[in-house]
Design a protein around this ligand. Structure first.
Ligand SMILES: O=C(O)CCC(=O)C(=O)O
Length: 249
């Protein structure tokens, strides 16, 4: 019998890992309850309010943690065993938390996130040893800017360049995107989308009257190397977990 105190583990639908390997992404519905998602949204709103106040009128802002510290208000959620167990199941090895990010699109204002591959900016190797868990904090729909993918794009890393005037967006040449393979992927509140490090993904602007908020975490294995400094500030060093076994390429 499972003891009552056992940490909750996310249930992975049959075939999800195979679909992830084939397409580069998978949806795991109802991992978190609406209440749990709402608690993180409330914390996200405080971050968003501070960002919007600090950069009035700017349509895309970044919440960076240069110290490499996981913010205490997101700690319990980022370290929830459901996320770690999902990441471990899809990586096929123990997952280490590297960083977290918020993607909050205000109603009628939140911008597009153009198609990109996470690994273009991070250079993890092997690429299959890094993934993103993206948690929908609101129901994500086509109207409010849900995630989109180019299926089976994770087999090859494309050259990316900064968008002129918006250098925080690194993007491949539009001619490299096979739009016939595009999947638009709505997700229920509390669902998790698992994203391979090289899956081409993005999202449209929020045209609705509701927020579209999401919380994402980056995970790596113990054998990954990295062509950037991304591992040096990985959270596994700072959250009291077993330290990440940092290796140079
Ligand atoms: O939430 C979004 O719209 C974009 C998410 C994304 O690009 C990411 O998690 O890497």
């Amino acid at each position: 019998m499972t003891p009552l105190s056992a940490p909750p583990i996310a249930e992975i639908p049959p075939g999800a890992v195979r679909r992830y390997q084939e397409r580069g992404w998978a949806v795991i519905p109802e991992v978190f309850s609406e209440r749990e998602a709402d608690r993180v949204s409330a914390a996200a709103m405080r971050v968003s309010a501070a960002e919007l106040a600090a950069h009035p009128g700017e349509r895309f802002t970044v919440d960076a943690s240069p110290s490499g510290e996981l913010q205490p208000r997101f700690r319990a959620f980022a370290l929830d065993p459901r996320l770690a167990s999902l990441a471990t199941a899809f990586l096929g090895r123990r997952a280490y938390l590297i960083r977290d990010q918020l993607f909050c699109k205000p109603p009628g204002f939140g911008t597009e996130k153009p198609y990109h591959q996470e690994n273009a900016a991070l250079l993890f190797d092997p690429p299959g040893d890094m993934l993103v868990t993206w948690v929908a904090l609101d129901p994500a729909s086509e109207d409010n800017g849900c995630l989109r993918f180019i299926d089976a794009s994770h087999h090859e890393l494309l050259d990316h360049k900064p968008v002129p005037g918006a250098p925080y967006h690194l993007v491949p040449d539009a001619s490299a995107l096979d739009m016939s393979q595009e999947s638009v992927v709505p997700a229920g509140k509390g669902s998790v989308i698992v994203i391979h490090s090289q899956a081409l993904h993005g999202s449209a602007a929020n045209r609705s009257s509701q927020w579209r908020r999401a919380y994402s975490c980056h995970w790596v294995t113990d054998r990954v190397t990295c062509g950037t400094s991304a591992l040096a500030y990985g959270y596994s060093r700072t959250v009291g977990q077993e330290p990440y076994p940092h290796r140079s390429p």
